[in-house]
Write a protein that binds this ligand. Structure first.
Ligand code: CA2
Length: 149
């Protein structure tokens, strides 16, 4: 059984507590439960994490990269939060490990402020999803399962 990593960046631990008009009412624990159900449905093991620290996210991408090198990784789904728009380090980690990456955003970033329109992740992602709300998470896991040979 291959493993799917779902990584969440800064402030996503606040999901469900503020800005429900933008991000909905579900908490990150709710999102994790949705992902666990979707992973089980699609025959994937799941690693689901959140960090407010860029370097910790880099370390976890490297960890996923080691599984990738062993042929045990289905891929990485990352909602890098605001680091999406700033982080060369996340770009380099994804590119350097060669993991299959789906970039995910809860909101439609292109309907928001101009500073959210640029992503350092998109050029090294296999696919990009945004604007589906938290339902994007299980949808991304289904897509990742469909990418397996
Ligand atoms: O739409 C997304 O998923 C984002 O990645 C969320 C990031 C934002 O910086 C990106 O531009 C788009 C922000 C996550 C903050 O989440 C909060 C949730 C509830 C309350 C406050 C923040």
């Amino acid at each position: 059984m291959k493993t799917a990593y779902v990584l969440n960046g800064p402030n996503l631990n606040l999901l469900g507590t503020r800005e429900p008009a933008v991000y909905g009412a579900a908490t990150l624990a709710d999102v994790q439960a949705m992902c666990e159900a979707a992973a089980a449905q699609h025959g994937l093991a799941l690693v689901f994490r959140q960090s407010n620290h860029e370097g910790e996210l880099v370390d976890w991408i490297h960890e996923a990269g080691r599984l990738h090198a062993q042929g045990q990784l289905a891929g990485l789904i990352i909602n890098a939060g605001a680091y999406t728009h700033t982080s060369v380090a996340l770009h380099d980690a994804i590119k350097g490990t060669g993991v299959t990456c789906i970039e995910l955003h809860i909101s439609n970033v292109f309907a928001r402020e101009a500073f959210r329109h640029h992503s350092y992740i998109s050029p090294v992602a296999r696919a990009v999803m945004c604007g589906f709300g938290v339902n994007g998470y299980p949808q991304a896991l289904e897509a990742l399962a469909g990418m397996q040979g």
